[in-house]
Design a protein. Structure first.
Length: 402
């Protein structure tokens, strides 16, 4: 089987996902176009050699709708021969786009593919696409549907986590992200977003608050308690998990992933195309998996996905030098670390979505790049990236430097 190599990656800064956010004026297709242009220009690509552009997008409606990957490629002045496809694996979409790109290369169906994602959450609100899972009462009842914030509190309750545990993790995420920016750890891969006349509108992540403390977070009320009680979601979750007496609500804006705008692009190719283009591979995809998990709690899948990826790679947890797990909520990472005995010093070492935000379709492409850059900085050999996904799914990818 042909090896699939990672040659390069770029991402935008993450902009606050509200009308007063720096990226609100930038359309989703422009966000995607700018990372495609950056990956092309950095590597001197003849885009006629790019055989597909695969972009994750979780709310593909309105100006973000249809097939934004193809339109962005055309808007970025790629050759008209370059096709594109939009995919939706919820929060794992950006990583799955990279995995799909790698699968095409490994299967001999393509030599050079760009994977990544885009999400403009300030312009296209989360949930604007509807869907049967939440909107069809028969489906919602059958699957014990609850909002994801309830799932986060359910996960925390099930694992015996406290509000202090979750807040402490969030404080450390902010501290690590602020340090990473101060030390220039993201400088190699973050490309400024520019407006229509070419002026930069954002050059660094907008939501990092390195001065966050336990005291400041203590003043925030749990965000999902009222929803759990008045909308009946707590009762639904407890029907699915009757061993719990009640759900302890502890997540809020400060220990949950931020709503932001952003885009990512990852260049994936065969060894032969790298030699042809004079590009040096930085890592290879050693294993990539996606699993289904129980949909009410929905956020505990990364541990199972990690075990499957390790099994397919013939590895153990101790063989992974560095982990990157999307910080959907504090409880997601804390439960993962406890279940797999992963020490905090080996996971999310540059902070995560609690500090920098989670642009749904783009995050997976962003954090596989963050992982690779940090592996190179520390001269480490192996890394694993994972994300939990709505409706009870999770993806995991193992990369190995070459």
């Amino acid at each position: 089987m042909t090896e699939a190599y990672l040659y390069d990656h770029v991402r935008t800064p993450r902009g606050k996902g509200k009308p007063d956010g720096a990226l609100h004026e930038i359309t989703p297709v422009q966000l995607a176009s700018q990372v495609l242009q950056a990956i092309r220009d950095r590597n001197g690509l003849d885009t006629r050699l790019v055989e597909d552009v695969i972009l994750g997008c979780v709310v593909p409606v309105g100006e973000q709708g249809a097939n934004i990957a193809r339109i962005a490629a055309l808007n970025a002045d790629f050759a008209q021969t370059v096709p594109g496809v939009q995919i939706n694996r919820y929060c794992g979409s950006g990583l799955e786009a990279v995995n799909f790109a790698a699968a095409k290369v490994r299967g001999g169906l393509a030599d050079l593919v760009i994977g990544g994602g885009v999400e403009s959450m300030s312009r296209i609100p989360m949930g604007a696409d509807g869907g049967a899972w939440a909107m069809d009462p028969q489906v919602a009842n059958k699957t014990y549907f609850v909002m994801q914030g309830i799932s986060a509190d359910l996960l925390a309750t099930k694992h015996g986590l406290t509000r202090e545990d979750c807040d402490a993790y969030a404080v450390e995420s902010q501290r690590r992200a602020a340090r990473a920016w101060a030390e220039g750890r993201f400088a190699k891969s973050v490309v400024p977003v520019r407006d229509i006349i070419g002026l930069p509108v954002l050059e660094r992540d907008e939501t990092v608050r390195g001065d966050t403390t336990m005291e400041t977070l203590a003043g925030l009320k749990p965000a999902f308690a009222e929803m759990g009680a008045k909308a009946g979601f707590d009762s639904i979750a407890l029907q699915r998990y009757p061993q719990l007496e009640r759900i302890e609500h502890m997540h809020h804006a400060g220990n949950s992933s931020g709503i932001v705008d952003g885009a990512s692009a990852v260049l994936v190719g065969s060894g032969a195309i790298g030699e042809q283009l004079g590009l040096a591979p930085r890592a290879r995809i050693r294993a990539a998996v996606t699993i289904g998990s129980e949909p009410t709690i929905m956020l505990d899948g990364p541990a199972a996905a990690t075990r499957l990826a390790l099994r397919k790679a013939g590895m153990a947890v101790g063989d992974i030098d560095l982990f990157e797990l999307n910080e959907a909520f504090s409880s997601v990472v804390l439960a993962f670390m406890a279940e797999l005995a992963v020490p905090h010093e080996r996971i999310n070492v540059n902070g995560g979505a609690i500090a920098m935000g989670h642009p749904l379709g783009a995050t997976g492409g962003m954090i596989i790049g963050t992982l690779l850059d940090e592996m190179e900085r520390r001269n480490l050999a192996t890394g694993l990236v994972s994300l939990c996904e709505a409706a009870g799914m999770a993806s995991a990818t193992i990369i190995e430097r070459v």
